[in-house]
Ligand binder design. Structure first.
Ligand SMILES: [Zn+2]
Ligand SMILES: [Zn+2]
Length: 56
């Protein structure tokens, strides 16, 4: 598995790879982080809407 295109962002804080930056997980606004995939969002409403995709 040489390719990791699905996780282009490598977090400078924890060194893990993510599809998007999740820097808020290390700062504030943890309620804006998806508990499933650790993506972060600007609005809580976006997190809720996003998390529905995990239920499909
Ligand atoms: Zn991190
Ligand atoms: Zn998610």
């Amino acid at each position: 598995m040489a390719h990791s295109r699905k996780k282009p962002f490598v977090c400078r804080q924890c060194g893990r790879g993510f599809r998007r930056t999740h820097i808020r997980e290390h700062t504030k606004g943890k309620n804006l982080i998806c508990s499933k995939c650790r993506e972060d969002f600007l609005l809580k409403s976006l997190v809720i809407r996003h998390q529905r995709t995990h239920l499909l």
